[in-house]
Design a protein around this ligand. Structure first.
Ligand code: MTE
Length: 420
């Protein structure tokens, strides 16, 4: 597969919204009608919503609206005085949102998780699925993990801006990522409780959001298979984010969190999980979220799994810094495979590099905050760069490998600032 899909696939902009399906038993109400107010506004004063399918307010100082998505502004992690306003975890209200269609409102009381398929004892059919209510999940032993969610297309905008390569789809800069603390039940625990067999090979979690329609094709509900090895390793069925029940935009009542992997693996609003003794497919591992184009196999590379190494400054692009004064440049670096080992910063467009000071104990699947001092003397345009290396030895390259859909942009990003 892969050749017949429309060119805008994997990118929801312009997607048609279909009514939510009711066959799942969950009450999924499109959020489009609910009025949402900007913070601080009087209740009567309705304001236009920058992204209609997203329920939470999206203040312009925190987010860049991008089609059906909202990108986090990196500069919003610092106040006007340069002080940190966001710690290692991104508060729920500031967390980026990536929706293929729109956020459904799901009644947690009638919500059920339904597991079925040939990989379970007795091979229950979809209509005879093993069901778990939210309180059933909450009654199982729970676990907390700190993990990033990051879109596979995070950084895509730099393929054109920095490498002059044209790619379709949401032109994220680096704000399609966030770190949160997630509480839930291990998927392994639920699979075993549902009667997992030794022959199980793939699991396919499915979202309760409206079907994804693009280019005249209805791809059905957002769903993507996981190999059983990953499903049994560290995947969480999360019902809490940063200590509070999940909110609608981030997958309430229950979502997957798949540490280290591209964000599409972390299915939100999960309703059903097929467990099979044979390989499973969906457009999200055949047509989308694989590497296509020159240098990749004709039908596309393997389905994307782990994220690449990246770094970002907590600073606006084009920020103005005072000449002849000591500044502290802050940022964060992360990798999908291993803890961050080292971060280097260049303030002269990549000619020389200095090592940044790390402020967190580096951990896998999470970011590490860092900073470095800089006293610019010469007024004018300067170019900052940050380059991280993880403990496996993976370093950010100068150029990201081209792929037609613009996934996994891991190259060092040139960050312009003005010294005045
Ligand atoms: N799950 C469903 N059901 N529908 C979606 O559109 N988007 C995926 C994933 N899970 C998506 C989904 C993608 S591409 C990403 S990057 C993450 O959710 C984003 O999670 P967030 O919106 O909580 O930041």
């Amino acid at each position: 597969m892969g050749s017949g899909a429309p060119s805008g696939r994997c990118h929801p902009d312009g997607a048609v919204r279909m009514p939510p399906r009711s066959a799942t038993g969950a009450v999924a109400v499109p959020a489009l009608a609910a009025p949402v107010l900007a913070p601080g506004r009087a209740a009567a004063e309705e304001v236009p919503r920058p992204v209609p399918g997203i329920v939470k307010p999206l203040p312009a100082e925190w987010f860049v609206p991008r089609g059906t998505n909202a990108e986090m502004r990196w500069e919003s992690l610092r106040g006007a005085d340069g002080e940190a306003v966001v710690g290692r975890r991104v508060p729920v209200e500031r967390f980026f949102v990536r929706n293929h269609t729109s956020t459904p409102l799901i009644d947690p009381a009638s919500w059920r998780l339904r597991l079925f398929g040939s990989g379970l004892r007795g091979a229950p059919a979809r209509e005879r699925a093993v069901e778990f209510a939210l309180e059933d999940l909450r009654a199982l032993p729970s676990t907390r993990i700190d993990a990033l969610i990051e879109c596979a297309g995070n950084g895509r905008g730099y393929y054109s801006r920095q490498q002059h390569q044209s790619v379709p789809g949401t032109p994220w800069t680096l704000g399609g990522v966030g770190s949160a603390s997630w509480r839930g039940v291990r998927l392994a625990e639920v699979l075993r409780a549902a009667g997992l067999t030794d022959g199980a090979m793939d699991v396919l979690p499915s979202g309760l959001d409206p079907d994804y329609v693009a280019g005249g094709v209805n791809y059905g509900p957002v769903r993507r298979p996981l190999p059983i090895a990953k499903a049994l390793d560290d995947v969480l069925l999360a019902f809490e984010m940063n200590g509070e029940p999940l909110t609608p935009d981030h997958g309430a009542p229950v979502r997957l969190v798949v540490p280290g992997w591209v964000g599409i693996a972390s299915i939100k609003w999960v309703g059903g999980i097929e467990v099979a003794d044979h390989p499973l497919h969906s457009p999200w591992n055949t047509d989308f979220y694989r590497m296509f184009g020159p240098g990749h196999p004709p039908g596309g590379g393997d389905p994307l799994t782990v994220q690449v190494v990246k770094s970002a400054f907590e600073l606006a692009e084009g920020a103005v810094l005072e000449a002849g004064r000591e500044h502290r440049l802050h940022g964060r670096s992360w990798s999908g495979t291993a803890p961050v080992h080292r971060v280097e910063v260049s303030t002269d467009g990549g000619r020389s590099w200095r090592r940044a000071e790390l402020h967190d104990e580096p951990r896998a699947h999470d970011w590490t905050r860092w900073s470095i001092g800089w006293r610019p003397e010469r007024p004018g345009r300067h170019e900052l760069r940050a380059r991280a290396t993880d403990r496996r030895g993976d370093t950010q390259p100068d150029t990201a490998g081209f792929n037609r859909e613009g996934y996994l942009f891991g190259a060092v990003v040139a960050h312009p600032v003005t010294v005045a």
